[in-house]
Write a protein that binds this ligand. Structure first.
Ligand code: NAD
Ligand code: ZN
Length: 348
């Protein structure tokens, strides 16, 4: 079968012929219906290198996957061949407290996980291929009625990640409050929809690109602002001088972190989701009083179930552009150059 492989750090991925995986005991093979192209893959290709992560190339890209159960290994149960599934991407040991709670992102026995701190498409072979090996059926969540793999694939990361972040801030977002989403790409447009579907907060979206701001408005943002020196003051103005109760930074560069710090309201949350390489020097006056600054990584399996339910009921819909497997490198090129709106999804 064909697979888009990252062969070494700091190289472009290559479409290669590899053997079709077969499931061992307890494992499953998924026929991929769609695999999302995440900006994190660009960080993997261009910025990360040896020693930064406990895993590395070669592996097949694609950590945002959905498809159909193709083959079950001996003893793998609970699913039928042909069933439509989303792949829960972070793969832990399965037995520590965090894994039992479905929070495999923070597995406490990383050395007993299939790969420490990663998953399919992050150290192990992912879904930019016709088939993908999944080490346990607990990583497969059946798709609810009405969801197909193309719309479901981006939900496993581009929606799950902001959902997890926003869920942490729910108590701070009753009516009368304001949330800011910085960066309205794959994750950000779904962040806006999740805020709309799960809170009554006022939503301000910020991006550098007009097409992204248009998608933010379509996704339910009350205000969509271009980035610039006036953005922070404009957010203060729109909030009666108070600032935003929660800021979700889906870029994570120096300038967006500074904007987040400038726009947050006392007692608010500043959540850093983007891996843009920026830093926020922390001192007593860096953020207003009692602003909680936090990073978040992906989400839990129970949260993926909640995200799929929201989507099945029409409250969440990824805006996708589809590419064939042989066009996957073009999808990444367009993602990198800012020519894409929403999410690029590879359909093998
Ligand atoms: P994307 O390229 O689809 O979207 C990024 C958006 O940010 C684009 O619309 C771009 O125009 C906008 N942008 C860039 N610079 C900006 C600036 N200075 N001000 C405002 N907007 C700006 O990327 P994505 O796939 O949505 O990923 C976003 C980030 O989140 C990436 O860094 C990615 O690696 C990271 N990520 C983190 C997690 C996690 O678990 N924390 C999971 C997935 C992705
Ligand atoms: Zn990702």
């Amino acid at each position: 079968m064909k697979a888009l492989r990252l062969r070494e750090w700091k190289t472009e991925p290559v479409l290669t012929e590899v053997p079709q995986p077969r499931p061992g005991p307890g494992e499953a093979v998924v026929r991929i219906g769609a695999a999302g192209a995440c900006h994190s893959d660009l960080h993997l290709m261009h910025e990360f290198g040896p020693g930064l992560l406990p895993w590395g190339p070669p592996f097949t890209l694609g950590h945002e996957n959905a498809g159909w159960v193709h083959e079950l290994g001996p003893g793998a149960s609970g699913l039928e061949v042909g069933q439509a599934v989303a792949v829960y991407g972070p793969w832990g040991c399965g037995t520590c407290t965090r894994c039992l709670l479905g929070i495999e992102t923070y597995c406490e026995n990383p050395d007993k996980a299939p790969v420490p701190g990663g998953g399919g498409g992050l150290g192990l072979d992912g879904g930019m291929a016709e088939f993908m090996l999944v080490p346990s059926t607990r990583h497969l969540v059946p798709l609810p009625e009405g969801l197909d793999p193309v719309t479901a694939a981006p939900l496993t990361d581009a929606a799950l990640t902001p959902y997890h972040a926003i869920r942490r801030s729910w108590p701070k977002l009753p009516p009368g409050t304001t949330a800011v989403v910085i960066g309205v790409g794959g994750l950000g447009h779904l962040a806006v929809q999740i805020l709309r579907a799960t809170t009554a907060t006022r939503i301000i979206a910020v991006d550098t690109r007009e097409d992204a701001l248009a998608l933010a408005r379509e996704s339910g943002a009350d205000h969509a602002l271009p980035t610039g020196s006036g953005t922070g003051p404009r957010i203060r103005e729109l909030t009666g001088g108070r600032g935003a109760d929660a800021v979700f930074d889906c870029v994570g560069s120096d300038s967006t972190l500074a904007l987040g710090a400038e726009s947050a309201r006392s007692l608010g949350d500043l959540t850093i989701i983007g891996l843009g390489g920026g830093t926020l020097g922390m001192g007593f006056f860096t953020v207003p009083y009692e602003v909680s600054v936090q990073t978040t990584y992906w989400g839990s399996r129970p949260e993926l179930i909640e995200v799929l339910d929201l989507a099945a009921r029409g409250q969440l819909r990824a805006s996708v552009t589809t590419f064939g497997l042989d066009e996957a490198t073009e999808a990444y090129r367009r993602l990198e150059s800012g020519e894409l709106t929403g999410r690029a999804v590879v359909v093998p």
